[in-house]
Design a protein around this ligand. Sequence first.
Ligand SMILES: [Zn+2]
Ligand SMILES: [Zn+2]
Length: 317
Amino acid sequence: MTVSPLVVRVRPARRRLCPSSFALAGITGLVLWVAVADLLGQGRLETVLSAGRAELATPLLVALVVATGICERIWPAERRPVLARGHVQDACFLALHAIVVIPLLTLLSVGAAVLIGDHAGWIELRSTGQWPGWLLVPLTLVGMDAANWLAHYADHRLDALWRFHALHHSQEELSVLTSFRAHPLMHTTGFLLATIPVVVLMPTRPIAPVLITTYVCIGTLQHANLRWTFGPLGRVIVSPAYHRLHHAPDTQAVNLGVVLTIWDVLARCARFPVRGEAAGRTGLDGRPVPVEQADSAGPALLLMAEQLIEPFAAARR
Ligand SMILES: [Zn+2]
Ligand SMILES: [Zn+2]
């Protein structure tokens, strides 16, 4: 029996696609659709998107990124030019974050809250309405941090999620901008999980935007190209030196914390940095994701497109 050349060409192309990545994209699309439909029904789409921008792109965060960038020039963990390839590439991801990811994150939070409210409303603790704010708000933020740890743990344990998280780990020149080097679809599980403590503990009261901003700022600082360990505070709060150990090619199973280290301590996967220790290498051995440091890398925007498409291609781990 002869095989037509057309069949020979089509079959390998089908095999090279990854169904689980399309499934995650579908789930994300569904959550977004739920959010947009709900907000359009209430006539609040633009208001909520503006509020999301105010929380996630505040002048405070911009000032933090600029101040950290200056500190990185003065006390770098690894000395490199301002326009190092890694910095330029992560700046492209910062632009993507501002334009695409911030509205996406806002809508994911809304969609997750609507879905949980519609299908699992019984988890809402109405009695917390009587609790004082000084107790309830920190408790909710700690719950969100635990949910983010769990989502990060899943990113490293499940191949379907690792495909999207690997892009973040592919950076060989870590800087404060690496916080924004993430595939947009990497955020879905984290936002679905982190919405649960909010719905449970604060079903009727919104968290003050300044607290969300502070949380995001601490989470952003951890990628800084600095050796800072935060001293004794670094035993509790994730420092740049602590998170850098998570980005080492061979120790990604440690230091999964986003803001608090307690979850790593409880899971026995905390590795605290030693003050004065030399900055270790970061990135992924074998470069499974295309990176800007490769000699064959194309222009930044073209490479970013390749990096974003990559999780949808064939299995690689
Ligand atoms: Zn990770
Ligand atoms: Zn990271």
